[in-house]
Design a protein around this ligand. Structure first.
Ligand code: DGP
Ligand code: NA
Ligand code: NA
Length: 218
């Protein structure tokens, strides 16, 4: 009924993983798949390079500018905070969000640099909208090997990416209240989308009447 529909908010899904696991493709495909199955859905991605803060991040990632590790960490976080209202309003309107990276990347990437504690890294993102589900994509051995060169952006180096993967494991262990689902990418793009959609379907059909939580505040 209408009343029941009106109560139901969107589902907030974050897709995380190291570089080269196919997150961006899956975010777009999953969004289209949800829409075609009748679930209102939109996609987001972080960093969102289209804002002023995002422009500074973009220039940093392309090594066109240098910023201290602390200040760039805060810019990535500010980029999430500047889109907080968009996230909460979208969910409240009943539209689900599939989001390419979030605060978990924020903590994983900075804490992979020497001298950064998890606690310091988590600070700025505390209180952001809490995802209902984190889908964590692992690269299979085969996929990892096919990525002999990652590209030219700042963090796209094998050794650093291995450290990032380690840090993701530490971050998830900190917060047991998060729903965190692992998925190893070792099939074709469409099969992966099918599998991920299957994981989401149960959650999409539940009646989400509870408010969106606050990340790392419990
Ligand atoms: P992408 O557009 O998903 O390829 O992300 C760009 C790069 O920025 C990628 O290497 C991951 C990294 N990254 C994403 N979010 C954050 C963050 O919040 N903090 C830091 N330090 N790096 C991030
Ligand atoms: Na990248
Ligand atoms: Na990507």
């Amino acid at each position: 009924t209408f009343e029941r529909m009106a109560l139901k908010r969107g589902l907030f899904v974050v897709i995380e993983g190291a570089d080269g696991t196919g997150k961006s493709t899956q975010v777009l495909n999953l969004t289209k798949r949800l829409q075609s199955e009748g679930y209102p859905c939109s996609s987001m991605r972080f960093p969102d390079r289209s804002t002023q803060i995002g422009g500074m991040i973009d220039s940093y990632l392309q090594c066109k500018s240098n910023l201290s590790d602390e200040s760039v960490h805060l810019l990535f976080s500010a980029n999430r905070w500047e889109l907080k209202n968009q996230i909460t309003n979208t969910l409240a309107s009943g539209t689900s969000i599939i989001c390419d990276r979030y605060a978990f990347s924020g903590v994983a990437y900075t804490s992979s640099k020497p001298g950064f504690s998890l606690c310091w890294c988590m600070g700025p993102d505390r209180g952001l909208p809490k995802p209902d589900l984190v889908l964590y994509l692992h690269a299979s051995e085969k996929l990892a090997q096919s990525r002999s060169n990652y590209g030219t952006e700042r963090y796209e180096k094998r050794e650093f990416q291995n450290k990032v993967a380690e840090m993701f494991e530490e971050i998830r262990a900190v917060d047991k209240t998060l729903t965190w689902t692992d998925y190893t990418v070792e099939r074709g793009i469409d099969e992966v989308t099918d599998d991920l959609f299957g994981i989401l379907q149960k959650e999409l059909n539940s009646n989400l009447v509870k408010e969106v939580g606050k990340l790392w505040m419990e």
